[in-house]
Design a protein around this ligand. Sequence first.
Ligand code: NAI
Ligand code: MG
Length: 334
Amino acid sequence: MMHNITLIYGDGIGKEVIASVKKIIDYSGADINWDIVEAGYSAQERYGTPLPDHVTDSIKKNRIALKGPVTTPIGKGFRSVNVALRKQLNLFANVRPIKSYDGVDSIHKNVDFVIVRENTEDLYSGVEHMVGEDAAESIKIITRKASERICRFAFELARKENRKKVTLVHKANIMKLSDGLFLNSGIKCSKEYEDIQFEEVIVDAMSMKLVQSPQDYSVIVAPNLYGDILSDLSAGLIGGLGLAPGANIGENIAVFEPVHGSAPDIAGKNIANPTSAILSGIMLLKYIGEVNRAETIEKALKEIFKDRAKCTEDLGGSLGTREFTQEIINQMKG
Ligand code: NAI
Ligand code: MG
């Protein structure tokens, strides 16, 4: 079956890592018609906006996108493409699989869990104001609708991936109303999924437990802020951001992207590690039902990781982005 997928290279190393994953997916034989559009800094220069309407229209039409990181200049007048996409497409779930691979230097082995982060509210709603000159208030917004939606999403993901436990993270002992609502939404959902174990852990304790025994977790669901922080902490457990893929998912719509940024310091030098992008591509293939092809790529990647010489510099190897990509393709040839 042919799939139409929107492809956004993005800025900086986005061009290199997305070229890598596109080459690998094309080699896998998946029947994909890439609808290539431009967003970010390059779009700003060409169209006068970092997120032209035809880009969002393409994603709305195709329902699936693979996206590279985009540079967000600090300062006024340049909206964040990622925030705009999330809002316009209502991508309410941020999904970050955290998996360790043999051969990769990491603090922990045998880690395999997924963080499901609520992507639309909490302290990220942007409702802030000054109170006089010497105080500021940020409003934490938690709604029943968004909380139940994200908890249900986490349980559905657990079922689909045959995962046995959902851990909800909160601080309801202090924020009794907002986090209390989030927690109660999780408890309510858990009753509909009796085949899946449910537990709740307070976020500070969770931070310690994740560092000590990440193997205890399978699916973690959290409000926006805790999810943001725990996602990066978790990437650190398995070898860093260069190895963590991600997806932003809404109702029948999904945007897959590596979690790192455009890395201007190494852009254009053929040294970026495309693994995070490739793993995002693997998530995409699984999402569209191309599970066998996804597994073939993942298997090749696992083999490469066992031989450090075949890795990129950040993993202790000496290969460039393109050479590493070619190694994976050679490995897929079997
Ligand atoms: P960054 O992730 O681009 O870079 C942080 C450090 O990690 C740099 O030293 C970089 O060289 C290294 N690094 C990142 N990805 C790598 C890879 N695949 N292989 C090897 N090394 C890698 O974060 P930074 O510097 O804070 O942000 C740069 C730009 O990217 C900013 O404009 C930021 O707004 C944007 N950004 C965009 C994101 C997105 O579009 N999803 C996410 C994060 C940042
Ligand atoms: Mg973050």
